[in-house]
Write a protein that binds this ligand. Structure first.
Ligand code: PGA
Length: 264
């Protein structure tokens, strides 16, 4: 089975509902649904309703994602949002474990595990972000860090739930304005490690889980990552925050994948 090519962006704490709706509408008008290609956009919570409403009117198959959620279905958790609420809006996907949430909001792996299980139970797709910090890399524990994240965050997930899971490998040191892009030589062994661990933990269903790379991806370097055997897509921040940038980075990434592994 060929793994699909995935490409999407996370707007982080940017954009009003009107701005996200405008982005989505212009993107949807310019991309044709394609077999084996899956696009996604992840606006802030306050934009989700505007974007899912557009998707309801004209569904182009683009997954709409949320940037976080709570593990409980409801309750006394001021400021939090549940999977049930996201599903009610028509949200497809949730990112869990983004480096900024782990680092700045102290999200622990056991808490992420509760979120992963709750998201899957409610029917949300999960994009689980893993990756080592600069310090962990310097001490030579990148592999241990990522394995620990995978093992805890996915603990108790059933093999039949894995078609709803995708993993983003995003080394913390490569993300955002202060980040340095990883090289394909950095990414290749980590992607292979993730593939191997998923296979060991879950068998064939684990080996089939798509692995994305993220961290300072742009149209110039996108193909160098997607040419890697174990990289099935890209998870992009800044470079894809305009529709033009999204399309340029997507097309470059897809070209890299097609050159290395003809699909379909
Ligand atoms: P960046 O963000 O592409 O702006 O480095 C990536 C991410 O946070 O996933």
């Amino acid at each position: 089975m060929t793994r699909p090519f995935l490409f999407g962006t996370n707007f982080k704490m940017n954009q009003t509902p009107a701005e996200s709706a405008d982005f989505y509408a212009r993107l949807a008008a310019q991309v044709e649904p394609q077999p084996d290609v899956q696009l996604f956009v992840i606006p802030p919570f306050t934009s989700l309703s505007a974007v899912t409403e557009l998707a309801r009117q004209d569904d182009r198959g683009i997954w709409i994602g949320a940037q976080n959620m709570h593990w409980a279905a409801e309750g006394a958790y001021t400021g939090e949002i549940s999977a049930t609420m996201l599903r009610a809006l028509g949200v497809d996907l949730v990112v869990l474990g983004h480096a900024e949430r782990r680092r700045d909001f102290h999200e622990s792996d056991p808490d992420l595990n509760r979120k992963v299980l709750a998201a899957l139970e409610s029917g949300l797709r999960v994009l689980l972000a893993v990756g080592e910090s600069a310090e962990e890399r310097q001490f030579g524990v990148s592999a241990e860090t990522v394995l620990r994240q995978l093992k805890i965050d996915l603990h108790g997930v059933r093999a039949e739930q894995l078609p709803m899971v995708q993993i983003a490998y995003e080394p913390v040191w490569s993300i955002g304005a202060g980040g340095t892009p990883a090289s394909p030589q950095d990414v290749e062994p980590m992607a292979a490690l993730i593939r191997g661990a998923m296979s060991e933990l879950f068998g064939a269903a684990g080996a089939a889980v798509p692995i994305l790379y993220g961290g300072s991806v742009d149209p110039g370097n996108a193909a160098s990552f997607t040419a890697l055997e174990d990289i099935d897509g890209l998870f992009v921040g800044r470079a894809a925050w305009t529709v033009e940038g999204f399309l340029a980075t997507y097309r470059a990434g897809l070209a890299g994948k097609l050159a290395s592994r003809p699909m379909g």
